[in-house]
Design a protein around this ligand. Structure first.
Ligand SMILES: [Zn+2]
Length: 53
């Protein structure tokens, strides 16, 4: 299942590094977003996140 998630850079990198999900930027520009994971208002972008089976 694919999800669109707004993530800050550190969270996106952490999720990618964990190897449990694919994390692909949708191509938005980097802007101030409310990060889905850490709930902080930081610079980030929208990613398509998909769980790796
Ligand atoms: Zn975050």
């Amino acid at each position: 299942m694919k999800f669109k998630r707004k993530l800050c850079k550190p969270c996106a990198e952490a999720l990618k590094a964990a190897g449990t999900h694919t994390v692909v930027p949708v191509g938005d520009k980097v802007q101030k977003i409310d990060c889905f994971k850490c709930k902080r208002r930081r610079f980030g972008e929208t990613y398509t996140v998909e769980k790796i089976k």
